[in-house]
Design a protein around this ligand. Structure first.
Ligand SMILES: [Zn+2]
Length: 336
């Protein structure tokens, strides 16, 4: 079977006509397979959702019990037949519950990797390379200029700053699903055992991660009463990016604004957000990791989606690997 007949980009997302299902559709559909819980991939309102248990839990936490008509759990490595199409979920290493989805029929195999990363992450199982005919890769940081430094070094910079400025509250912006918990877990790994205060918008997901056995240590609400303002001096406070726009961060004593994102590599972005201590910590691959992954997976063909599609397509062509951009719309990289 030609890969194009197995899966193709339709207005609502990647569509498998034979199986009559979509992967990460951007509009409500009858049957959806979801790679992970970030809001641009996991939307409410589908008739039936197949996803990992964690992704289903995360969707329920974010959208409520009625987030879909019916759901089924996909276990890693288990193959499920949908109208004769075989689908298998494998870890993607992006956030808790994140999966690549392997779609097979008539001897043709396409791997939809969703969002993925290759670095060790204490909050989720690592990406598993799967041989395939077509590898669909994201390209969020798909330009040679993107190089993500070692995340332990970035966390060490935050801890260094705390020592240097013990009177200042270190207010760290991090996305609510994945990044916030990873930053906390990385801090704990470096032996930081002070309470970490979190914005209310992070509470449900941090609690969920803890319930899944990911130890985040002493997490407390960053509730600010008039008497307790000084209690935050020299402490780490974590909030979602939107909270920074609301000037939430400025209520803490002499706040030092930090932000954990792959985009912090771009000095201009840090400046625009008024970030004093940018931390380059990404839940996506940098350029070297994207290209190494393509080499390792060694697919017959690469399809590139959301991000800098053209540069990665060009790189594949120079390596003699047929490649093309998918031009899917509606993915805004919520998790970065
Ligand atoms: Zn994501």
């Amino acid at each position: 079977m030609k890969p194009d007949n197995l899966l193709y980009p339709a207005p609502k997302g990647l569509y498998c006509e034979l199986g009559n299902f979509y992967i990460d559709p951007v509009q409500p559909v009858e049957r959806a397979l979801i790679t992970h819980g970030h809001s641009d991939h996991a939307r409410a309102g589908h008739g039936h959702v197949l996803a990992t248990r964690e992704t289903l839990d995360i969707m329920r936490l974010r959208y409520g019990d009625g987030f879909c008509g019916a759901s089924a759990i996909a276990r890693f490595g288990e193959t499920i037949a949908i109208n004769g199409v075989r689908v298998t979920f494998r870890p993607a290493g992006h956030v808790l519950g994140s999966a690549q989805i392997c779609v097979e029929a008539d001897g043709t195999r396409i791997v939809v990797s969703g969002d993925y990363k290759r670095r060790a992450d204490p909050t989720c199982p690592p990406f598993e390379p799967i041989g395939c005919d077509v590898f669909i890769t994201e390209a969020t940081f798909g330009l040679p200029v993107f190089h993500h430094p070692d995340d332990e070094r970035e966390i060490a910079r935050l801890l260094m700053s705390l020592k240097q400025f013990p009177e200042r509250a270190h207010v760290v912006g991090a996305y609510a699903l994945g990044k916030a918990q990873r930053v906390i877990a990385l801090l704990r790994r470096q032996g930081y055992d002070e309470p970490i205060h979190i914005h209310g918008a992070l509470a449900k997901l941090c609690d969920y991660y803890q319930s899944q056995g990911i130890d985040l240590g002493d997490i407390r609400p960053a509730t600010l009463g008039p008497a307790s303002r000084q209690d935050f001096a020299g402490m780490i406070v974590i909030g979602p990016p939107a909270a920074f726009a609301e000037r939430w961060a400025r209520r803490f004593p002499d706040p030092l604004a930090s932000f954990a994102s792959g985009w912090m590599l771009i000095r201009q972005r840090a400046k625009q957000r008024g970030v004093e201590l940018p931390l380059v910590i990404s839940d996506h691959c940098d350029w070297a990791e994207l290209t190494e992954t393509i080499r390792e997976v060694a697919p017959a063909e690469v399809w590139v989606t959301h991000g800098r599609e053209e540069a990665l397509v060009r790189w594949c062509e120079l390596q003699g690997i047929p490649a093309r951009p998918l031009h899917l719309v509606g993915y805004e990289d919520e998790g970065e």
